[in-house]
Design a protein. Structure first.
Length: 217
């Protein structure tokens, strides 16, 4: 991985967080070093410990920083979708969500999530309960936005009676596990568009009320 030169006037803490994401995602927490992160960020290793207390602090701070950027993108997606007719636009909504999730930044975050959630050492460096909970912030945020979206459609009489929370959880879990799993294992035998279209087909008819057209039963 080539070293990025330090840029005058750039926030050094942000530089470190930008550099740490691919290193933690590709090397894993144990193998990654603050030396590697500092070199990629173009700063001295001691500066890492000026901004962060430990490597674990860098790890969780990196996740939160990048997760909030992704969450802002998801907020924009749902802001555009709330007034659209879900019977015809649900597929487009899923495509926009997948477009946010199926990119290098978010894939790296999903890999970091897997490192913590799948950790066999809950009392190790990644074992602090509060920090471990923070790793779920991205999935929880997507789930909340889906709940809000589905609840709004139910209020408008567009959604069949369903358990909104469970439905949002199933959609969120499917997207994150499918995208993260195929990228983690190097499997890409379907496109992002195919994933979104297939999920839309599976959910659309069961979730949303559609106006009957002449000649239909």
């Amino acid at each position: 991985m080539s070293r990025k030169p330090a840029v005058p006037g750039v926030d050094r803490r942000q530089q470190i967080l930008e550099a740490a994401l691919p290193i933690f995602a590709e090397q894993g927490f144990e193998a990654a070093t603050t030396k590697d992160i500092a070199e990629l960020a173009g700063v001295k290793q001691g500066l890492v410990y000026f901004y962060f207390e430990s490597k674990a602090d860098v790890f969780f701070s990196t996740f939160e920083y990048h997760a909030r950027l992704v969450m802002a993108q998801l907020d924009a997606v749902f802001a555009d979708a709330i007034d659209e007719d879900p019977a015809t636009s649900f597929g487009c909504l899923l495509k926009r969500i997948v477009a946010v999730l199926d990119v290098p930044r978010t894939i790296s975050l999903l890999r970091m999530m897997h490192q913590v959630m799948g950790s066999r050492e809950p009392h190790g460096a990644l074992g602090a309960p509060e920090e471990r909970r923070s790793i779920g912030m991205l999935a929880e945020h997507l789930g909340r936005r889906l709940v809000e979206y589905l609840q709004a459609q139910m209020t408008r009489g567009r959604l069949r009676p369903v358990k909104v929370g469970l439905t949002a959880y199933l959609i969120t879990s499917t997207l994150i596990s499918t995208i993260g799993g195929r990228r983690q294992e190097g499997r890409a035998n379907f496109s992002s568009e195919e994933l979104a279209e297939t999920m839309a087909t599976l959910y659309r008819s069961g979730l949303f009320l559609q106006e009957e057209r002449p000649g239909t039963q």
